[in-house]
Design a protein around this ligand. Structure first.
Ligand code: THU
Length: 130
């Protein structure tokens, strides 16, 4: 599975985004060690704080199917700028991957690859930092 193929899945996930309050649809695709791909989109709520990000929807969908080892993530937006996963999503992602490539895609089709360790160099762990 190439970055381009995983981004294409994230773009497909965008179509289901429920972003009626922000007008900012996001799609995400997780590639797991088994080869399974799970998709997610942002799901907003009239009580804004209850909104769920696309990344966590994609991630939790995989975990709920028994997946435990996340290999790659793609995040797609329609806007003109790349969007990185928010801090809460980074912390949640870190539970399921050590080295995680994250492929970002913006509306123009341009891609950029970054890494979880780059975006979140220090992660909260119950047994402290190493
Ligand atoms: N959003 C995501 O889906 N992922 C992120 O990492 C950051 C933000 C969504 C939440 C909300 O529906 C919209 O983008 C604007 O914040």
């Amino acid at each position: 599975m190439s970055n381009i193929e995983l981004v294409e899945k994230a773009r497909q996930a965008l179509e289901a985004a429920y972003a009626v309050y922000s007008g900012f649809p996001v799609g995400a695709a997780c590639l797991w060690s088994s080869g399974l791909i799970t998709l997610g989109c942002n799901i907003e709520n009239a009580s804004y704080g209850l909104t769920m990000c696309a990344e966590r929807v994609a991630l939790f969908t995989g975990v709920a199917q028994g997946e435990r080892h996340l290999r790659a993530l793609a995040v797609a937006v329609v806007g003109a700028e790349f969007a990185v996963p928010c801090g809460a999503c980074l912390q949640v992602l870190a539970e399921w991957a050590t080295e995680l490539p994250i492929c970002l895609a913006k509306g123009s089709g341009e891609l950029r690859v970054t890494y979880l360790q780059e975006l979140l160099p220090v992660v909260f762990k119950i047994d402290g930092i190493k």
